[in-house]
Design a protein around this ligand. Structure first.
Ligand SMILES: C[S@@+](CC[C@H](N)C(=O)[O-])C[C@H]1O[C@@H](n2cnc3c(N)ncnc32)[C@H](O)[C@@H]1O
Length: 349
């Protein structure tokens, strides 16, 4: 089998070392991921030495995210606000003011997580009797279960729908959106700086655009600034979320703790901050389930990306929005100018 060296990998530092260990993903791994997803993981490992972060929200990864959110993000007595919730509040007037042409709105929360960030926003719109239904979409069925439980407790009278979706690969299912009442607009949310985690940001934006019609809004958040000028401080998701995912992936794939380390750095190939699993041993990962039997060689010194985030510079953000056929209609930033909430609609023609 040909070996690919991704640019963030180093050449094996000791080619003469003959010892290669074998890692066998455990049964939990095959129960979480569909055959197509396993093939997707093998492919990204082979081509770009990455296990895309999106897969790490599935199975126990859902609990990891929910715990991380409840511990580090949700407002508490000593941390009275959350950037995402604040940005939704700041933009409430704009959004509400611009949906007045429509009788009601559907809120479509793509990458809904545990749905906490939208609670206050929905509460305010609901008080104005504007909500038709809330639709949670996520790659992780387990997080959709968390979302359903939370949402039904908070808003027992609002219709809740959910479906698994990989927004990198598909549009929002139209049958979820179609209402008999044409006077309902869709507000599509993509919060939690998730756009900066995707490998194919352009595809995601295009899929959003192709899911939208006139009067619909896409609202998303991301970090702004220069990735390459990262000061090296490991905080937030890059610290706590990446740490938990690292432990989980090692265990699922079967790589010994003493054979690897977690490295955070700037990756110039993707212009992103990444968290990588760096191997201290040659490994053969043996993927073996139903129709799949594949050995993948990863050499000592190579790194597998398990977490990543890309910050936008404003001109680049505008360019990506435009290239997807979207139009920026409004935006605002937090007080540190480090987080942005962007509101787009479909560009005419
Ligand atoms: C960073 S979390 C944000 C969750 C929530 N929106 C928030 O702000 O707290 C990313 C969420 O998006 C989901 N997700 C990641 N990639 C996805 C994809 N390609 N398609 C659908 N959902 C995805 C994850 O499962 C997770 O729930």
């Amino acid at each position: 089998m040909a070996t690919n060296f991704h640019s963030n990998s180093q050449l094996p530092s000791d080619i003469s070392t003959p010892i290669t260990r074998t890692a066998k993903p455990n049964s939990e791994f095959y129960s979480i991921f569909s055959e197509q997803e396993v093939l997707g993981i093998i492919n990204t490992l082979e081509v770009r030495r990455e296990i895309p972060l999106k897969y790490s929200y599935k199975g126990r990864g859902a609990k990891i995210w929910d715990n991380f959110y409840l511990k580090y993000i949700i407002p508490k007595w000593y941390r009275t606000s959350s950037v995402e919730i604040d940005l939704l509040s700041t933009n409430f007037e704009y959004i509400n003011g611009n949906i007045q042409k429509c009788e009601k709105v559907n809120i479509i929360d793509v990458g809904s997580g545990n749905s906490y960030p939208v609670k206050k926003f929905i509460y305010k719109l609901n008080k104005l009797q504007k909500i038709n239904k809330y639709i949670a979409l996520d790659i992780s069925e387990e997080l959709l279960n968390v979302s359903r439980k939370n949402f039904s407790k908070w808003f027992p009278l609002i219709e809740f729908k959910s479906q698994t979706i990989d927004i990198e690969n598909s549009c929002i299912p139209q049958d979820l959106l179609n209402d008999h009442n044409n006077n309902t607009a869709n507000i599509i949310l993509h919060l939690g700086v998730t756009i900066g985690n995707h490998h194919h940001r352009n595809k995601v934006l295009k899929n959003f655009r192709d899911s939208m019609k006139k009067n619909d809004f896409l609202v998303f958040t991301n970090e702004t600034g220069s990735n390459s000028q990262w000061d090296g401080s490991i905080r937030g998701g890059c610290k706590y979320h990446a740490e938990e995912i690292y432990a989980w992936i090692k265990n699922k794939i079967g790589i010994r703790s003493e054979d690897c380390e977690l490295v955070r750095k700037y990756d110039s190939q993707t212009d992103s901050i990444v968290a990588n699993m760096k191997l201290h041993h040659n490994y053969t990962i043996n993927f073996c389930s139903q129709g799949i039997n594949k050995n993948l060689e990863i050499f000592k010194g190579e790194e597998i990306t398990i977490w990543r985030h890309h910050k936008y510079k404003i001109p680049e953000l505008l360019q990506e929005i435009e290239q997807a056929g979207l139009k920026l209609v409004h935006y605002s930033t937090d007080k540190y100018l480090s987080r942005i909430m962007v509101i787009c609609e479909v560009a005419s023609n």
